[in-house]
Design a protein around this ligand. Structure first.
Ligand SMILES: NC(=O)c1ccc[n+]([C@@H]2O[C@H](COP(=O)([O-])OP(=O)(O)OC[C@H]3O[C@@H](n4cnc5c(N)ncnc54)[C@H](O)[C@@H]3O)[C@@H](O)[C@H]2O)c1
Ligand SMILES: [Zn+2]
Length: 679
């Protein structure tokens, strides 16, 4: 959707409608709503209004947003500002910046002597913070620049704006409140948990966070950066003669300032050429900053020069905003595609009407997962806000509900894997192809898992070899691993020697106990521990296959609610199990009567690195050992713990165990108790 840079208004009716649209958009933009226009659309409309008003002076409406701070519709309130809080005029290119520099020097009637302060333009909400005798007494929004709303209820929730200064001075600090990317995510989690609608972007989220403090019971933390300060109640505590010096004074009082932003923070440039270089440097850092910026602000640093340059009604002459391309645009959601990733994750992707965002054309955006679609009530043909920060994949923020037409169509969620047609595991937030070991879309991931150390332990079969085997069509499920020929392996591994090693490892894997073979199948909602329990309980693969959900639910540690899914998946991989059986893979669990074992009834915790007779055993190995010996393995010391095995560099678990009266054993003592299981 390419928006013309000027909306052309050809009749009085057009003009009237445009004023109404702009006022409504501003009210939403500066309030906490969703505007029906993106910034590019709004700016084009404003340019259209300016053009029209120039030639139709008699049509100009009193409430026209032209020339007004806050677009003529920002929430205003009733607190008068000490000194007007203005907006900033814009430039968009190096040429325009040079022109602005020249016009400033004309106003000064001399070259700029004090240099230019250059700082990021933070994309949040402007506020004035009034400190009296060092105590934060009042917060005031920008409003229409002359009067603003009282936002004092938010005192104490803003990072960087302390409730007390380092010295008991009276001063008004001005700056931007914003939500960092992290705070934005956290804010939305809080909102959703409290049954409120998620904020659609950090800027209107900031407004919502501050205003909401008047009525909300929970605080949403925001962040403040000062970029100005003025005298309050006639007291002048600021002695610095430049913007940068004043910022240093403010920082000394304990307030966070734009000078405190790492790398992209306030610096002073001597010439316009240096300013341009600094603008480019800050632009390059845009994607790495912890919050959004929509430009770079340039100010004559010397306060005397600022005074000489003076103010226009809507903006100062001594400063300018160098705007960066918008990272947020509105466009239309045309369709949703479902793609299956290499690990079997089924991810929705938005197909958009092409739109230019931050200098590049965006046609697709991630929709994360099905829950994102339902949570945001997205529909095909909705107007959506597309957002791009740095080199991050474009994201969709929210549908603009005010623009929803009659042509919207519900987004259909898949009921089967879009790639293989197999079943889908919808238990997690991310949906996955449940084909898994039976050759579904997660084949490579499933194979890697199956040959892993805790399963079949064919460690020579790394990712590259597996990929080669799958690519060659030699392996379509884990059953095929056991019928690989020396020739196939030689081609995949590019070496006869490696092929022979692999053949030996594969042969050895055939003798693995049932619990490892079962684990290798990657059955949903089972892992190592449950595989052991299932194998122990049923003894043979045939018995496992014969078990229905009720029988599975009787397995120790197996949550009954998961049993039906597990049973379903076991049935689905029947053909793979048949292949494994035919290839001579062991399908029985060796009977280890663990009741009566040396650790029967013990709850064992292991801490520190294992040495001596237990050397080289990681936590998984230790758990296996404990379970084999009839004990229960646990990760943390509690009242239930009966034995703590202490290895090298043991930490805080030892004093805790001693405090609880838990038996503490050295590696040697423990090894002796489980000697018969150590081989
Ligand atoms: N999409 C919409 O519906 C809609 C509606 C109204 C306005 N807008 C957008 O808002 C912009 C104009 O609004 P504006 O006047 O609020 O702001 P502005 O973006 O033109 O700039 C002025 C503001 O920049 C902020 N700022 C951030 N960092 C600063 C720094 N380091 N030093 C000084 N000031 C700093 C201050 O809050 C100041 O008030 C336009 O880009 C317009 O597209 C959009
Ligand atoms: Zn699939």
């Amino acid at each position: 959707m390419s928006i013309p840079s000027v909306t052309s208004l050809t009749s009085r009716a057009d003009y009237e409608a445009a004023v109404d649209t702009a006022l409504a958009a501003s009210a939403a933009y500066y309030g906490d709503g969703d505007s029906t226009l993106d910034d590019a659309g709004f700016d084009a409309l404003m340019r259209g209004l300016v053009d029209y008003e120039k030639t139709h002076a008699d049509h100009v409406r009193a409430d026209s947003p032209v020339g007004k701070v806050g677009g003529g519709a920002a929430p205003v309130g009733d607190v008068p500002h000490t000194v007007p809080m203005l907006s900033l005029d814009n430039v968009f290119s190096a040429e325009e910046l040079i022109k602005w520099g020249a016009s400033l020097e004309r106003r000064l009637d001399a070259p700029v002597a004090g240099g230019y302060a250059v700082e990021p333009k933070l994309d949040g909400m402007a506020i004035a913070a009034r400190y009296r005798d060092g105590v934060l007494a009042q917060l005031v929004g920008r409003g229409d620049g002359r009067v603003g709303e009282d936002l004092s209820a938010a005192i104490g929730t803003i990072v960087g704006l302390p409730e007390k200064l380092a010295r008991p001075v009276t001063v008004e600090v001005r700056g931007e409140v914003l939500l960092t990317h992290e705070q934005f995510e956290a804010a939305n989690e809080l909102r959703v948990a409290n049954k409120s609608k998620a904020f659609s972007n950090p800027r209107n989220g900031t407004a919502g966070s501050l205003r909401g403090m008047k009525s909300r019971t929970y605080a949403i933390p925001t962040t403040f950066y000062a970029y100005g300060a003025v005298a309050l109640d006639g007291e002048t505590v600021l002695t610095g003669g430049s913007h940068s010096a004043v910022m240093a004074e403010i920082a000394e009082l304990g307030v966070q300032t734009t000078a405190g932003i790492a790398e992209a923070g306030l610096t002073v440039s001597a010439t316009i050429e240096e300013v341009q270089a600094r603008v480019e440097a800050i632009t390059a850092l845009r994607g790495t900053l912890p919050f959004g910026i929509d430009g770079v602000v340039i100010k004559a640093d010397d306060l005397g020069e600022q005074k000489t340059a003076g103010l226009a009604t809507r903006h100062p002459h001594w400063g300018i905003a160098y705007k960066l391309p918008p990272v947020e645009r509105q466009t239309k959601l045309l369709a949703v595609e479902w793609n299956v990733g290499r690990t079997g994750v089924i991810a929705p992707r938005a197909v958009l009407e092409p739109v230019e965002v931050d200098g590049s054309t965006v046609t697709y955006a991630t929709l994360h997962n099905p829950a994102f679609i339902t949570k945001n009530d997205l529909m095909i043909n909705d107007t959506v806000t597309v957002y791009k920060a740095g080199d991050v994949i474009p994201r969709i923020e929210a549908p603009v509900l005010a623009l929803r037409g009659d042509d919207v169509i519900a987004i259909e969620l898949p009921t089967q894997c879009p790639k293989c047609g197999g079943p889908i595991d919808t238990s997690g937030e991310r949906w996955e192809c449940a084909g898994g070991a039976s050759g579904g879309c997660g084949l490579l991931a499933a194979l890697s898992y199956a040959v892993g150390r805790d399963q079949l332990d064919i460690d020579g079969l790394g990712q590259t070899f597996l990929e080669a085997l799958v690519e060659a069509g030699d392996v379509a499920d884990i059953g095929d691993l056991f019928t690989l020929t020396r020739e196939q392996l030689t081609i995949a591994a590019r070496s006869e020697k490696r092929a022979d090693t692999l053949l030996a490892q594969i042969e050895a894997a055939k003798a693995k106990p049932l619990n490892k073979v079962f684990c290798a199948l990657g059955i949903v909602r089972t892992g190592r521990t449950l595989s052991r329990e299932i194998a122990r309980y049923f003894g043979t693969m045939d018995a496992i296959r014969a078990a229905d959900a009720d029988a599975l639910a009787r397995v120790p540690k197996l949550p009954g609610a998961n049993a039906p899914k597990i049973a379903e998946h076991i049935a689905a991989v029947g053909a793979v199990i048949d292949k494994l059986t035919a290839a001579g893979v062991n399908m029985t669990e060796p009977v280890t009567d663990s009741s009566g074992g040396p650790l029967d009834g013990e709850v064992v915790v292991v801490t520190g690195g294992m040495n001596g007779p237990l050397a080289g055993r990681n936590r998984t190995d230790m758990r296996t050992l404990i379970e084999d010996a009839g004990g229960t393995s646990s990760g943390s010391v509690s009242k239930k713990t009966t034995i703590l095995v202490v290895g090298e560099n043991a930490g805080s678990k030892v004093p805790k165990a001693q405090e609880l009266g838990v038996t503490v054993l050295t590696e040697d003592e423990f090894a002796e108790r489980v000697a018969e299981f150590l081989s």
